[in-house]
Design a protein around this ligand. Structure first.
Ligand SMILES: C[S@@+](CC[C@H](N)C(=O)[O-])C[C@H]1O[C@@H](n2cnc3c(N)ncnc32)[C@H](O)[C@@H]1O
Length: 215
């Protein structure tokens, strides 16, 4: 499928790799049940570009853990568009983790794949902490915060790609997010002026715990 004009702006030197990822998804992603057949015609807009623009909220050179990557979103497009990032993909399903390993190998990405659930102690120990924990379509905000914030270093943040429900989720779950160590969630759009439909992202900082005073 030919790439849209903005793809060059978003992926820069990574454009060929992005096109190869689209090719893999078209050829075997559908066949192996990683994406639905109806997604093929919107791979660039709804999946690759929509994921890569989240990089607008991520500082240079930081460590990123993508929770529940599935077929690779948003972690793979982010890693392609931003080779300065140190990206880890977390995915519990063997079939999907195998696919992600194949993608990383074929595209020669400097990305690690870890199989497991984000809330598992062993997984947490294995992946360590990140400056930023991303996710897309993994769980409602309260549950997601309970899974992602323990993987965020103090002062770092989680960025959850959400759809039209973002503001309602924030209103509903802000108290639950605070209970698991999150700051006040904020909603913003990435890819404004680049994408026809910008990506809605919920950002939650991990609060810095103040040391208890003696006496
Ligand atoms: C609806 S899919 C979304 C996949 C991808 N993020 C996307 O936007 O295309 C949800 C993914 O989250 C994964 N997942 C579910 N529970 C999880 C958990 N506790 N920790 C990590 N990943 C999880 C699932 O295996 C699945 O791949």
């Amino acid at each position: 499928m030919p790439e849209p004009e903005v793809a060059g702006r978003v992926f820069g030197d990574g454009l060929d790799r992005a096109a190869e990822f689209v090719d893999m998804l078209e050829r075997s992603g559908v066949e192996r049940g990683l994406i639905g057949p109806r997604e093929v015609e919107r791979l660039w807009d709804r999946h690759l570009l929509n994921s890569a623009v989240v990089g607008e909220r991520i500082d240079a050179g930081v460590r990123v853990i993508d929770v529940g990557s599935g077929a690779g979103f948003p972690g793979v497009p982010l890693a392609i568009a931003r080779p300065d990032l140190d990206v880890v993909l977390v995915e519990p399903m063997a079939r999907r983790a195998d696919w992600l390993n194949e993608v990383v190998e074929t595209l020669e990405l400097d990305v690690t794949v870890e199989r497991g659930r984000a809330e598992e102690k062993v997984l947490r120990k294995r992946v360590g902490l990140a400056d930023v924990v991303t996710s897309r379509a993994v769980a409602p905000l309260a549950r997601l915060a309970g899974w992602c914030l323990p993987l965020v270093r103090e002062g770092g943040m989680m960025l959850a790609v959400k759809g039209a429900s973002a503001r309602d989720e924030v209103a509903r779950d802000a108290t639950a997010v605070a209970r698991v160590g999150g700051g006040v969630p904020t909603v913003s759009e990435c890819g404004v002026g680049v994408l026809e439909t910008p990506t809605t992202v919920v950002r939650v900082e991990r609060s810095v715990r103040r040391p208890r005073r003696a006496g």
